[in-house]
Each structure stands twice: as C-alpha cells, then as structure tokens.
Design a protein around this ligand. Sequence first.
Ligand code: 0X9
Ligand code: ZN
Ligand code: ZN
Length: 354
Amino acid sequence: MWTSTCLPSTLTWCTLSCSRVTLNTSGVLIEDLQEAIEAQEDGGPSPRTHSYTKYNTWDKVHSWTASIASSNPSLISKQVIGNTYEGRPMTLLKLGKKSSSSKPAIFMDCGIHAREWISPAFCQWFVKEALSTYGSDSQMTSLLNEMDVYVLPVFNIDGYDYTHKSNRMWRKTRSRKSGSSCTGADPNRNWNAGWCSMGASSNPCSDTFCGYSPESEIEVKNVADFIRRNKSAIKAYLTVHSYSQLLLFPYSYTYELAADHSELMKVAEGASSALRSLYGTRYTSGPGATTIYPAAGGSDDWAYDLGVKYSYTFELRDTGRYGFLLPESQIKPTCEETMLAVKYIAAYVQKNLY
Ligand code: 0X9
Ligand code: ZN
Ligand code: ZN
C-alpha cells in the first residue's frame, strides 16, 4: 500500500509510502527512519553466507540459486530466461519430479518491486520448503510429482541490488533512456493489460511510471516471453509483493469483475483462512481495483487475460507498522504462514487439472 503524499522532488528516493517519512533540512533521513532501517536487522549481524531468515543481497541469492540447483538435480533445474537491463542473469528455478511427458505448471515470481524485501525472502523459503518436505509432506510430494513449479526468486534484480547499495526505498527498474534524467519504470505498470490507462503515470520521474511502451522493461519482456512460450502448461500465476496483507486477483485495470470472479474469490478466501490458521494474521481478499486501488499494466491482469485463470497477487506483511522495513525476525513466521496460502492455491489448481 502507498500514498502519494510526497515530498520535495529533488529527493529521488522517496515517493510512495512517504507519509511516514520525514527528512531533515539537509535532506538526510531522520533518525526515525534510520532506526527502522537498522531494526530490520534484528536477527543479529549479517553472516557471510546465505540465510533463509535474513534479507540476502543479490550476490548471495545468485550463488544460492546455483548451489541449491546443483545439490538437488532430481527435483530442481535452472534456466536463464534473459538478462536484466544492467546485464544480470534472470535465473528461473523449475521445481518438480522429472518426467518424460510435459507437466502442468505454476509460475511464481518475487521481487517485482525492489524495496519489498520480504518477497524474495519468501521465494527462497518456498524453494527450501519444497525440497525439504518432498517425500514427507504428502501434499508437496503429490504437487511436485504431478506439476512443475517455476520460481523466479528476484524479478527486478537491478532494483533489488540498488536497494541494498544505494537507496533502500527504490521501487522501479534501473533502465535509462536518453532524453530523460530519471531512471526506471514500474515493472508492475509495464505489462500489456490496459497499459497506462489508470493508476499509472506517464512521467518517467514518477514511481509508478508505466514505461515508454508495454514490455519496454527487459525484465518484463523476458518473463512475458517465457509465460507466452509456456502458456499451455501454466495453470496459475502467483506474484509476491508487500505490504498490506492482501490477496488480490484481477482486475486492477478496470472495475469490471473477472469472468471467474466467484471462483477466484472462493480460492482466495480459502487461502487466506489457511494462512490465518497459523498465527492469526488477517488478510483481505478481492479484486485489485476495489481492494487496493485501480492500477493498470500489472502482471496479474496480463497473465489472466492471456488465459492463466488462477492469477493472484500477494501483498505480504505487515499493514504499515514497519512496511517495507519488516524486521528480519518476521521473515520466518511470514514465510511459514504464506506457505499455507500458496499450498492451498496449488492444491486447488492441482485438484482441478483434469
Ligand atoms: O501497486 C502495485 O503494483 C501492487 N502494490 S504494491 O504496494 N506492492 O506496489 C498491487 C498490484 C495489484 N495488481 C495490479 N495493479 N494489477
Ligand atoms: Zn550465474
Ligand atoms: Zn509491489
């Protein structure tokens, strides 16, 4: 969730969610925010290695991707679906028991928005859980036997790296175009779904800039190409964001209800109650336009209109106390409860395959 009540435009970093943010006269973050940034690391100092209960840097996620794939060759494979604007490889993990025939699949991405750090943490957690519970958890075993799950741990890698090195509150990609002094477009306004018609900006300096054309952002094009190529196999599209504790489904580019509205709502309600059963965390379900705000050009609406019926956007913890700066102590409970919702949706999709 965000508000557009912002800020001196000379400050490049703050735009959305700025009502809670104040700057001193020299444009430096006041201690309040600095403390919140430091409080994220309440799990102690960062270890040199990858950790599922820390916010890992891109370098750590990247090396984790390689090692987890090579240590579980029977259940996981990786493929590069293209490079980011700055040239980093977008590595997609494919989880599932190897099969001679092609299997139906679920596609899940994390980290479309750079500053939503709990999201990539969830994708990493999901991969770990899938591998470690295959063979003991009957649902996970059956899921990975019958289906493949594609996981893109960090969609907006350039932006994610930038939030670790330069500006914690960066949201967009890092693409440049000659003629504009502003960097990046919103990768969740850049899809060809009512593109730039509402809830998006055509100003390149805006944090919700829709880009110069649909799929102008190479990261969006790479993922859209992959989903188009595998359209007949992909039965569900899940995209993980933060924060607000919402489970959204199409549409966001129009107030019209999706043709599958009732079923999408029923599955979302089931997933939300599964999630709530663990720690009592409350989620709200509904179409994006009325549940959060109208915003065109999003990946969920695009996937749905392509024919991927079960298309959901998760907005993970919390509801604003820490917002994007969710403390590391909340990674484990957030991921555990979110697993229940994702597994609920996956089980439903699997049950309705044939
Ligand atoms: O605005 C967004 O892109 C998402 N919220 S966030 O705070 N993570 O930025 C909501 C996306 C809902 N779906 C669409 N707008 N299509
Ligand atoms: Zn690599
Ligand atoms: Zn987001």
